[in-house]
Design a protein around this ligand. Structure first.
Ligand SMILES: [Zn+2]
Ligand SMILES: [Zn+2]
Length: 449
């Protein structure tokens, strides 16, 4: 056996899903994969007829898999089942894809639609699994804890069997989503047997999106059969790393108002503050609602009331009615948890927290958006110098790193690269702080020199 490690992103979208960049094509995906350092990328949306035709014409079949230039690809799509749960499907070849699609088609009105990238398939979660696995593919829940379209969302399923019935045994992986990590998901015993995935769900091929979360697995080659062995942990194949966001950087980490999308920060306060808050009402500003609790028990009771749909927003009304507060991922996990934090099954891959280089540059450059053109130029220069983003963030020796040449090129941004190195250093030392994301707004890195 001759195994080695591969970096892979198993969930992206094709250009025929709403909101996906028109630049999403194989050459751009390969360029993004080079910059990030990925050897295997999912095709995304491979049931959609135009994208499927493009993939059939352009992917080069190799032993057990597919390639474009020297990046491997795996046939992948996401579907929405009749419970509005999103599932990721991986397939070994076009024959299996065609067979699954044929069985889904009578239950889907948009699987062949121009914009049916992620089709709705009106079958139960268990029926989806039965068909996919029966034809030789693999399937597991996507972004499993997000407040919308996920298996464990508020008011939906509490465990795998509740969703998949007797097909739960055929589900071997679960995607954590950007707002959760391994520490969160392993608080739920039911999930210990699964392999966790960290994927990007990218809607653009640039490495700001592609591979913003990725997996490292040990196998002989980055092809379906080996991926299946790694997911089921057989013959020495396995996942070795989940590389992902700090959950607070995700879009749905904390409680939020369904209407105004303010995020709720629950803070433990003293009795004296509680009294003054009662007199003065709950505090809120344009972005955050501050909810004070006196104890952990009170915190939990508050979450249970939110889960039951009984907490309304102090800051806004919708159609004359008070709008509801909804659980973030961290809160939903807390309600499902039957174990303390930091207990992992022996097979669990190590979770490596990354903050994207783009986000670090945004902070170092003191700008609002990580999608700006000037930032992209600096990003490209850094990757050209250090090979890949992953290498710069995780491996380069920061003590001896020489940024003088780059700093000379970007004279306008005084101290840009010194600040960047400081940020990478504090990130490696786990000393970075965050403004948590929620209600659809990403979290932000906060860095004080
Ligand atoms: Zn989804
Ligand atoms: Zn509100």
């Amino acid at each position: 056996m001759n195994v080695q490690e591969f970096n892979a992103d198993f969930h992206i979208h094709g250009p025929r899903s709403i909101g996906v960049s028109k630049n999403m094509d194989l050459p751009n995906m390969v360029h993004g994969a080079y910059q990030k350092g990925l050897q295997l990328v999912a095709t995304g949306d491979c049931f959609q007829p135009d994208w499927l035709k493009y993939l059939k014409e352009n992917l080069e079949p190799v032993k057990g898999g597919f390639k474009y230039k020297d990046v491997h690809f795996i046939l992948q799509t996401e579907v929405e089942d009749e419970e509005s749960v999103h599932e990721i499907i991986l397939m070994p070849g076009f024959d299996v894809l065609d067979a699954i699609k044929k069985k889904f088609k009578p239950s889907s009105s948009n699987i062949d639609h121009e914009w049916g990238g992620r089709p709705r398939v009106n079958l139960s979660p268990g029926e989806i699994v039965e068909i996919v696995v029966g034809e030789g593919g693999m399937v597991g829940p996507a972004h499993a804890f997000t407040p919308f379209k996920s298996i464990f969302r508020q008011g939906k399923f509490d465990n795998l069997a509740a969703a998949y019935g007797n097909q739960a045994k055929n589900v071997h992986f679960l995607e954590l989503g950007l707002s959760a990590n391994t520490d969160y998901a392993d608080r739920i015993s039911d999930l210990h047997k699964l392999t966790f995935m960290t994927n990007s769900d990218a809607h653009a091929p640039s490495p700001v999106s592609l591979g913003r979360e990725f997996n490292t697995f040990l196998a002989e080659a980055p092809v379906f059969e080996e991926v299946e062995l790694a997911i089921t942990r057989k013959d020495g194949r396995k996942f070795t790393r989940n590389v992902g966001f700090d959950p607070r950087m995700g879009k749905y980490n904390v409680l939020f108002c369904k209407a105004c999308r303010r995020r709720v920060l629950v803070e433990t306060i003293s009795q004296a503050v509680a009294v003054s808050t009662l007199l003065g009402g709950e505090k809120y500003d344009a972005e955050f609602i501050h909810h004070g609790v006196l104890s952990d028990a009170e915190y939990l009771a508050y979450l249970k009331r939110v889960n039951a749909g009984k907490v309304t927003c102090p800051a806004c009304t919708q159609d004359g009615k008070k709008s509801r507060i909804m659980l973030g991922v961290s809160d939903r996990v807390r309600l499902l948890a039957d174990r303390p934090e930091n207990e992992h099954p022996p097979h669990r891959a190590k979770y490596i927290t990354v903050v994207s280089l783009a986000e670090m540059l945004r902070v170092a450059m003191g700008i609002g958006s990580s999608g700006s053109k000037s930032l992209e130029k600096v990003y490209d220069d850094l990757v050209a110098k250090f090979g890949t983003e992953i290498n710069l963030l995780l491996s380069v020796d920061l003590k001896t790193v020489d940024m003088a040449e780059l700093q000379a090129k970007y004279k306008k941004h005084e101290k840009l690269f010194k600040t960047l190195v400081d940020i990478i250093q504090s990130f490696r030392e786990n000393k970075i702080s965050f403004k948590p994301g929620g209600g659809g707004t990403f979290g932000e890195l906060v860095f004080d020199e």
